[in-house]
Write a protein that binds this ligand. Structure first.
Ligand SMILES: Cc1cc2nc3c(=O)[nH]c(=O)nc-3n(C[C@H](O)[C@H](O)[C@H](O)COP(=O)(O)OP(=O)(O)OC[C@H]3O[C@@H](n4cnc5c(N)ncnc54)[C@H](O)[C@@H]3O)c2cc1C
Length: 483
């Protein structure tokens, strides 16, 4: 059954080992670097648990993202659920629980993939899905190897144990050691699944392991990046970073014991790679992410419209055209979601499930990674210096001497100073702050680096159809057509 936000917050007070600025964080729900974002996530749980959105967000008392979609209509219903949560954070919480929930549903759609001669992880894969769905848990994931030296495979790094690997087998499970990046939202999660989405070399067999453990598992450490929430002056001054800083953390496994029932892949490079790519897990990720991306563009475009209206530039033809271009980009982002659903495919060898179309889902990553920085630049161009020429905080507006000055000089016709400062501070938080910079990097990399996904598109895209069409044109004439 779904949990209330209150129950979710209580689940985070479990003694997890989170480090920030050289200090161990006792309780993420009350710490100034995390508490507002934890509360924002709790609100998502409340929306699903008991609100007007509950029928859209759940099915049979379980979040809809956990359902294995069996038809086009199921995909549409799942997207409608994704959209409600995406709108609740204006697209700035990327790794809400529904992201990895789709991954778990993807594993459950094709459990046979986890069954090999050497190890059968199919029961663990199904148990993972069932445990998360029934407990309404927040699943997070670290499935990228630390960069260290990208020219060497996991087992060939200059020291052992830099990348998570199995160091011992014990009664009832395995012991793992090493690091993984980047645990987005892991500090707010209930479980983290540790694996490798990149292909591993045949010699990396000790690293070819995938397991999911509770965040408070002994030996599991999360080293947080700078907290933008902690840096935020107030909600008025930093309305996004103060409430939607989903955090990113380095995961360190310091001899962590993992029981077999939590091990999905074991010493098998084909399974550790195929579980993401041959099940619908990755396509389900993109379905959530593409819906969120579309929502975020809607939000940013809305901010652009409000700024240009406040600055009284909206009706200038070049500005109206720029808004038109942004609205076209919103439609483009939406079109990728709808087209991936319409081109759905049955899961080969699975349990009767379907997944969004691969070709279009894969292409969405290229479009989004390229479009996001462009859209941000376009909106900054529309905003001009107003987003910089702002009082340091709302305190200046409240000050008896400064307040009247700020109100006099930071205003626009029809937009009082308070509204203008509020809008432009929101815009800068979204477009130019350190939080905004992280978002640009996120949209470029969270689904892999371009050298990976462009190569994948070259393999998976319909090259034969394109080639055949060009060839058909060539076949329609020859040298005799010279005269
Ligand atoms: C904000 C953010 C949040 C993230 N959250 C998560 C998360 O929750 N869980 C998770 O598992 N991962 C997460 N990631 C990690 C993400 O999956 C990786 O960033 C992505 O897979 C790319 O890997 P990399 O960052 O190691 O880049 P690299 O693979 O090191 O690539 C960086 C650049 O190096 C060059 N390069 C490297 N190797 C090659 C090559 N072989 N050929 C050509 N050029 C090359 C390219 O210029 C490339 O753009 C997150 C990333 C970001 C930025």
């Amino acid at each position: 059954m779904t949990r209330s936000g209150h129950e979710y917050l209580a689940s985070l007070r479990d003694g997890r080992e989170i480090w920030l600025d050289g200090e161990r964080v006792e309780d993420v729900t009350s710490h100034p670097a995390f508490r507002n974002t934890a509360a924002s996530i709790a609100r998502l749980y409340d929306l699903a648990h008991d609100s007007e959105h509950t029928p859209v967000l759940t099915q049979g008392g379980v979040h809809r993202a956990y359902a294995i979609p069996r038809s086009y209509e199921d995909l549409v219903a799942r997207r409608e659920a994704y959209k409600v949560w995406a709108e609740a954070s204006f697209g700035f919480l990327g790794r809400t629980p529904d992201y990895m929930a789709g991954g778990a549903a993807g594993f459950a759609a094709l459990p046979s993939l986890f069954r090999t001669e050497g190890y059968d992880g199919s029961a663990a894969a199904l148990a993972y899905h069932r445990r998360l769905a029934e407990g309404d848990l927040y699943p997070t994931f670290t499935i990228t190897n630390p960069q260290i030296d990208r020219t060497r495979s996991a087992s060939e790094q200059e020291e052992d144990d830099l990348v998570v690997r199995v160091v011992a087998e014990k009664d009832g499970g395995i012991v793992v050691r090493g690091a993984k990046m980047i645990g987005t939202a892991a500090v707010f999660g209930n479980e983290v699944i540790v694996g490798t989405i990149e292909p591993l070399a045949p010699q990396d067999v000790e690293h070819a392991v995938c397991f999911s453990v509770p965040i408070d598992t002994p030996g599991l450490k999360f080293i947080s990046r700078t907290s933008y929430e902690a840096q935020a002056r107030s909600v008025f001054d930093n309305p996004l970073s103060s409430r939607f800083d989903e955090n990113d953390a380095l995961l360190v496994c310091d001899d962590v014991f993992v029981p077999w029932e939590r091990v999905l892949a074991y010493r098998n490079v084909d399974v550790s790679f195929g579980m993401w790519w041959r099940t619908p897990a990755y396509l389900n990720f993109v379905h959530q992410a593409a819906t969120r991306f579309w929502t975020k563009l809607e939000f940013l475009t809305g901010v652009a419209i409000l700024i240009t209206k406040a600055n009284n530039t909206y009706q200038l033809p070049p500005v109206t055209q720029a808004i038109g271009r942004l609205l076209g980009r919103v439609a483009q982002a939406k079109a990728f979601v709808l087209a991936a659903e319409a081109s759905y495919e049955e899961v080969d060898g699975g349990r009767g499930g379907v997944a969004p179309g691969k070709d279009i889902s894969f292409a969405q990553r290229i479009m989004a990674g390229e479009l996001y920085p462009q859209a941000v630049q376009e909106i900054k161009l529309l905003a001009g210096g107003g987003v910089i020429q702002l009082p340091a905080s709302g305190e200046d507006l409240l000050h008896p001497e400064l307040g009247p000055l700020v109100r006099k000089y930071i205003r626009s016709p029809g937009t009082p100073a308070e509204d203008r400062v509020k809008l432009l501070k929101l815009a800068w938080d979204a477009l130019g702050s350190e939080f905004a910079g992280r978002h640009e990097q996120y949209e470029r990399f969270y689904h892999g680096a371009p050298h990976v996904y462009l190569m994948q598109q070259a393999w998976e895209g319909d090259a034969p159809a394109c080639e055949a069409l060009a060839q058909a044109c060539l076949d329609g004439y020859d040298l005799r057509s010279t005269r």
